[in-house]
Design a protein around this ligand. Structure first.
Ligand code: 0RA
Length: 633
């Protein structure tokens, strides 16, 4: 550690190191991002990352995560075990150094390079600092060691508590997150499940167990096929146009590169980049290396087989329609750039990935001509559709120029011109639209009513989507444009609120609209501008009217009340103007739910499943999630 302090590149980190664990408790957000649910789960990730590093170094093939009934969480691995020898500088066991001294990235053992990715790489000492209690057990050299901590301070000395076979080694850490620090203490099975599954896919062969003793749920994540299995999993609710994913893995210099590719019959491009198991949502040199090579290899093949006249070539977008790809690289010193530090900057990586893809993919095409054929045909088709879409887009643009002020006639706009204050309600049906128009606050709320069901964008090609009138009306009203020409600064309303009936049809329309936003305006969702209104299901008449939003709530609210006066709202149309205003439109009393894209992989899965062909998957999903609506008033 002393050596680290002398290294200039650790500038900002040094301050953290000097501050010590009190600094972590004083300003936890600086170390783990926040003290909310996400920060809480960050603690688990920090521990898992250490174990994954041990797996990457080749010493561990099993990680167990347990959520205990008493609210604690433990992470156990069968790696070498954190060293217990007395540290020469600190004169205490090395494990105690690891748990009580902040480390400026990397493990305290300078020679082992850290590959997996903690957000801040602050490690187990941070978890210790933010835990009311922490217990560590280590198996090394035939002995079992144990030590206990509270809020970063040792409660006991490291002691030997038993024996074990020499070849049994590993580290077990159980921690109790500190209620003085965290606003939420409950671990979420789903959040952990997604990350653990991802880690299993990204570390072929590694077995990861998740055991939730509160929810009584267990799962083992294990993928011998690595990224190949990941691709199959992402595409499972889509229709693949070739059965086996294209897959290759190669190490160049110090960089390990693993790539999987499979096309489906849809139109979306889904390329997921990972660097040291971190999802690089902003892309970077690994992703651009893949894109460049893919376009070149396809065009070379087309040229060689004379598949296009007059030497025409395809564009990158043509080659990526319906593509699901993963490029996962592991690199000793990643440089992250971009707004959220999730874009890979290492410039040498682009060439490495390009050369791997060029080599393997051209070979694959030569050896699998029937697969090459369906992929190339798909790219040729999408080039045709691109030209058609361009015509349709031009049409939309022209329409905007000629129509009144550029806005659709069906839009009842608000009078305020300030985006910040204003809201656009997208309302199902003309009659509900009419009621909303009368109930609204004209100053800040605009209404656009939509005729029944909009086009299913998952199944239609982009040129048809963009020539549908309901959709062009919506695009023009929102103002930002779509796809690559999307410009958030042109947004005309701060909130776009989808308001449908609380029934099956309403649910369907809501999903269609969300799919549209997800596919064509994902930044609108990312920016937190998309909401759904939550109209109540029932009114209970007491001294004051009381609205309830679910069957359970109704049961609770009426238990013990004899002869409650209940009205069921079948739709928005059955409410009078005051009711509509109070329950779904008045910013002070309504319930609306903000839509998030938490995880691109999962969102894509859900949307494909809900909108695509996988009927059974869809039924299962709806049955499982039907009761989960988190409400924001
Ligand atoms: C440094 C050196 C050695 C192992 C580890 C760290 C280690 C750390 C963690 C954290 C969680 N699980 C872990 N497993 C191992 C190796 C020392 C040696 O035996 O040569």
């Amino acid at each position: 550690m002393a050596a680290d302090l002398n290294e200039k590149k650790y500038g900002a980190e040094n301050i953290k190191v000097l501050e010590g664990l009190e600094g972590v408790r004083k300003r936890p957000a600086m170390y783990i991002g926040g003290t909310d649910k996400q920060g809480l789960h960050h603690l688990v990730y920090e521990l898992i990352d250490n174990s994954v590093d041990e797996a990457l170094a080749g010493y561990c093939d099993k990680i167990n995560v347990i959520l205990w009934k008493d609210g604690s969480c433990s992470v156990e691995d069968n790696g070498r075990g954190i060293p217990v020898e007395i540290h020469t500088t600190y004169k205490m066991p090395a494990v105690q150094v690891a748990l009580t001294k902040l480390h400026a990235g990397g493990k305290f053992d300078k020679d082992s390079y850290k590959v997996s990715g903690g957000l801040h790489g602050v490690g187990v000492s941070c978890v210790n600092a933010l835990s009311e209690k922490l217990l560590i057990q280590i198996k090394r050299e035939g002995k079992i060691y144990e030590q206990e901590y509270s809020r970063g301070n040792p409660l006991t000395k490291l002691k030997v508590i038993g024996k074990c076979p020499e070849k049994e080694t590993g580290t077990f850490v159980r921690f109790y997150p500190d209620p003085q620090i965290f606003s939420s203490l409950e671990f979420d099975y789903k959040i952990l499940e997604n990350r653990l599954r991802e880690l299993a896919f990204l570390n072929a062969g590694l077995k990861i167990n998740l055991d939730d003793q509160i929810k009584d749920k267990k799962e083992e994540f294990h993928a011998e096929g690595g990224v190949r299995d990941f691709i199959k999993w992402i595409n499972k609710s889509k229709e693949a146009i070739h059965q086996k994913p294209v897959y290759f893995k190669k190490d160049i210099e110090n960089v390990s590169i693993e790539i999987g590719i499979q096309y489906n019959s849809g139109y979306q491009e889904n390329i997921f980049g990972f660097v040291n198991t971190i999802n690089t949502v902003e892309g970077g040199t690994h992703v651009s290396g893949l894109k460049t090579a893919l376009t070149r290899v396809v065009n070379d093949y087309i040229k060689k087989k004379n598949l296009l006249k007059n030497g025409d070539t395809l564009m990158g977008d043509d080659v990526r329609e319906g593509l699901t790809a993963i490029v996962s690289i592991k690199i000793p010193e990643p440089q992250f750039e971009g707004q959220t530090k999730s874009k890979l900057g290492n410039s040498e990586v682009k060439g490495y990935v390009d050369s791997v893809v060029t080599l393997f993919l051209s070979e694959f095409f030569e050896e699998n001509p029937s697969v090459a054929k369906v992929i190339i045909q798909k790219a040729l088709d999408s080039a045709k559709a691109r030209l058609a879409a361009k015509k349709a887009k031009d049409l939309v643009r022209r329409k905007n120029v000629f129509s009144l002020g550029g806005l659709p006639g069906k839009l009842a706009d608000c009078s305020s011109k300030k985006t910040e204050d204003s809201e656009l309600y997208l309302v199902e049906g003309e009659s509900a639209g009419g009621s909303a128009k009368n109930a609204r606050n004209k100053e800040m709320q605009a209404i656009l009513s939509l005729k029944g069901k909009i086009l299913n964008v998952e199944k239609a090609n982009p040129s048809r989507v963009l020539s549908s009138e309901e959709i062009t009306n919506m695009i023009t009203a929102i103002g930002t444009g779509v796809g690559e020409s999307f410009d958030l600064s042109k947004l005309r309303y701060n909130r776009v609120i989808i308001m449908t009936d609380a029934d099956v049809d309403g649910e369907h329309i809501k999903t269609l609209l969300l799919t549209f936003f997800f596919r064509f305006m994902p930044k609108l969702i990312e920016g937190g501008h998309v909401y759904v209104a939550m109209p109540p299901l029932y009114r209970i008449r007491k001294k004051k009217d009381h609205y309830v939003y679910s069957e359970e709530e109704l049961k609770k609210a009426t238990s013990g009340v004899e002869n409650p006066n209940i009205t069921r709202f079948k739709g928005l149309g059955e409410m009078d103007l005051n009711q509509l205003w109070d329950t779904t439109m008045n910013p002070n009393t309504r319930k609306i739910k903000r839509i998030y894209i938490e995880d691109a992989v999962e969102a894509d899965q859900v949307f494909s499943m809900l909108m695509g062909d996988d009927v059974q998957g869809r039924k299962d999903f709806i049955a499982e999630n039907a009761h989960e609506a988190d409400l924001d008033v």
